[in-house]
Design a binder for this molecule. Structure first.
Ligand code: ARG
Length: 255
C-alpha cells in the first residue's frame, strides 16, 4: 500500500502532463479539427453578435482551417488567459490580435503578422488626445495587453487602470472614471460607431504601432510551419484581401 501511493501519484502527474501538452500537427490532423482560441470581445476582429462568433480574425481562422483541410472549433476565453491556455494545450493556436512583443516571444511562437495597426488614445473633445496630454491623467486599457508597458513608459500619467475588456474601458470613459482609453485603432473606431458615439469621443495620437499575429505554443514547430504556410498562401491568393475588404474596406496587412 505504502508503495502504491507514490506510483499512483506519479501516474496521475504523467497523465495530467499529457493532457496539458499542446497537440502536435500529427495529432491535430488525425483528429480532423483545429482548435483556435480567441476572446470574442474585440470587434471587428473577434466578437459575438448574439450567439454568433464573428469578425475578421474568425473568418481568417476559419480560412486557415479550411486551407489545412481541418474543421475549426473556436474556444473563447478572457484575453488575459489566452497565452497561458495556449501553452497548456487548451487549444492549438490563438487568434486574438496579439501584438508581437519581445516578452511574448519568450512565451509563444508567433505566426507571421496578419495585420498592422496603431494603438490610439481616445478621449472626449478637450480631453487628452496626445501622449504629452496624458500627463496627470487617468488612462484605461484592457488587462494583459501590450498597451500597459507602453503607457507605463509615458512620463507623468497619473494612473493606468486595467479592465477585463474594451467594453468595460469604454464604459469607464463614458462615466468619467478614466480620462482616456487606449486600444487598437480599428477597434475603437468600430466600437464608437456601433455604440453611436463617433462624435462624442475623438480618436487621438498613436502610442504605439503593432504587428498583430496569431501564435502557437512555444516549440510547436510542425504546426507553426503548417499554419504560417497556409497564412502566407491566403495573403497571396486573394483570400486575405477579400476578407480585409469585407471588414475594413481596405487591406490592413503589414506593408
Ligand atoms: N493588440 C493589443 C495587444 O496585443 C490588444 C489585443 C487585445 N485583443 C483582444 N482580443 N482583446 O495586447
Amino acid at each position: 500500500m505504502i508503495r502504491v501511493v507514490p506510483l499512483l501519484s506519479a501516474a496521475l502527474l504523467l497523465s495530467a502532463t499529457a493532457l496539458a501538452a499542446p497537440r502536435t500537427l500529427d495529432q491535430i490532423t488525425a483528429s480532423g479539427t483545429l482548435r483556435l482560441g480567441t476572446e470574442a470581445a474585440f470587434p471587428p476582429f473577434n466578437f459575438y453578435e448574439g450567439k454568433a462568433l464573428m469578425g475578421f480574425e474568425v473568418d481568417l481562422g476559419n480560412a486557415l482551417g479550411q486551407a489545412l483541410g481541418l474543421k475549426v472549433e473556436w474556444v473563447v476565453q478572457p484575453f488575459d488567459n489566452l497565452l497561458i491556455s495556449l501553452n497548456q494545450g487548451r487549444f492549438d493556436a490563438v487568434v486574438a490580435s496579439h501584438a508581437i512583443t519581445p516578452a511574448r516571444q519568450k512565451a509563444v511562437d508567433f505566426l507571421p503578422p496578419h495585420y498592422c495597426s496603431a494603438v490610439n488614445i481616445v478621449a472626449r473633445a478637450g480631453g487628452p488626445l496626445t501622449r504629452q496630454a496624458l500627463a496627470g491623467k487617468t488612462v484605461g486599457t484592457q488587462v494583459g495587453t501590450a498597451q500597459i508597458p507602453v503607457l507605463k513608459a509615458i512620463p507623468g500619467i497619473r494612473d493606468v487602470r486595467t479592465y477585463p475588456n474594451d467594453q468595460a474601458v469604454l464604459a469607464a470613459l463614458q462615466s468619467g472614471r478614466v480620462d482616456a482609453w487606449t486600444s487598437n485603432g480599428p477597434v475603437v473606431a468600430y466600437m464608437l460607431k456601433t455604440t453611436g458615439q463617433t462624435g462624442k469621443f475623438l480618436i487621438g495620437q498613436a502610442i504605439s504601432n503593432e504587428r498583430n499575429a496569431g501564435a502557437v505554443a512555444r516549440g510547436n514547430a510542425a504546426l507553426h510551419g503548417a499554419m504560417s504556410g497556409a497564412l502566407v498562401n491566403l495573403l497571396e491568393d486573394g483570400t486575405y484581401a477579400r476578407l480585409s475588404d469585407k471588414w475594413f474596406g481596405q487591406d490592413i496587412r503589414c506593408k
